[in-house]
Design a protein around this ligand. Structure first.
Ligand code: ATR
Length: 279
């Protein structure tokens, strides 16, 4: 990579940031499109975040992604916040406006839906009830996406019920909280199942869930992407359900930021998937 003095700059701010696949992902697109630009890993301690944020426009950055643990602070500190990011309660993408002010967006809802549509072309959340397992930050983005895509009923189940109630109260819409113990029955008549818990991730226990009540036409997806095929996805595929893995959400959520900073809306190809998987 050789940069000119006019190179466009962006990066990902996190603590720690060493595990982030975003530099590899954006680096692939920059090279693919022959763009004079760079996307850097920026390891920033929580106490330094506000100062770094203010410095970004002054250092000529076009913007940045924001990851754990800064997403809520980014929402509080951005000069302008997209209504969707406010609803989700987190900012993962910052764009420097021409006047130097910082605009905060959340692209996770976009990434979630685009990933489902790439896996099942024509997918619409309006097609039927959805079951969402988990009530953390990822669940909020998923629920907002489902609401905006016309989902008629969102069944939300979380081990700690109070967290699910809080998410339902914050997001409104057709969200119905069900007890975690009823997750098998909750699948009855569902068109979509989404795991947003950490269960099934490498080093974590699997998600225990009997799929017998789930229509075989339902789509099953997991936010977890390490491993790519979680025990949930393996069980769903074995009984004939269409499954979509979680890596695609990570790749698709990155597209709007890249477009805003570097001027090209990039695509998620099989080659890119393999490149990021190999990291
Ligand atoms: P994120 O913001 O990435 O979604 P998070 O806020 O840490 O992550 O949320 C993790 C989710 O996994 C939560 O819904 C959590 O349930 P609790 O709210 O009850 O903690 C869920 N989770 C983690 N370990 C779990 C387990 N052993 N059984 C059931 N749910 C679990």
């Amino acid at each position: 990579m050789i940069l000119s003095g006019k190179a466009l700059l962006a990066g990902v701010i996190g603590w720690p940031v060493g595990h982030s696949r975003s530099p590899r992902l954006h680096g692939y697109w920059l090279e693919r499109h022959g763009i004079d630009g760079a996307y850097l890993p920026l390891a920033v301690r929580p106490g330094d975040f506000a100062e770094v944020l203010r410095a970004l426009p002054r250092m000529g950055f076009r913007g940045a992604n924001v990851t754990v643990p800064h997403k809520e602070q980014a929402l509080a500190l951005a000069d302008h916040v997209d209504p969707l990011a406010r609803r989700i309660g987190a900012v993962n993408t910052l764009v420097v406006r021409p006047d130097g002010s910082l605009e905060g967006r959340n692209t996770d809802a976009f990434g979630f839906l685009e990933n489902l549509r790439q896996g099942r072309p024509g997918f619409k959340a309006a097609q039927g009830p959805a079951v969402v397992l988990g009530a953390g930050g990822a669940a909020r983005a998923v629920i907002a996406a489902l609401q905006d895509d016309g989902c008629p009923e969102i069944r939300l189940l979380n081990r700690t019920r109070s967290r699910a109630e809080e998410v339902a109260a914050a997001l409104g819409g057709p969200v119905r909280v069900l007890p975690w113990e009823q997750r098998a029955e909750g699948l009855d008549g569902a068109a979509l199942v989404v795991n947003t818990t950490t269960l099934g991730m490498n080093g974590q226990p699997p998600l225990e869930l009997s799929l017998s009540a789930l229509p075989v036409t339902a789509l099953v997806t997991d936010i977890v992407y390490a491993p790519l095929q979680t025990p949930l996805l393996a069980a769903a595929a074995a009984r004939g359900n269409k499954v979509v893995d979680g890596l695609g959400m990570l790749l698709h959520q990155a597209r709007p930021g890249f477009a805003a900073w570097f001027g090209v809306m990039p695509e998620v190809s099989e080659d890119l998937r393999r490149f990021v998987e190999d990291a």
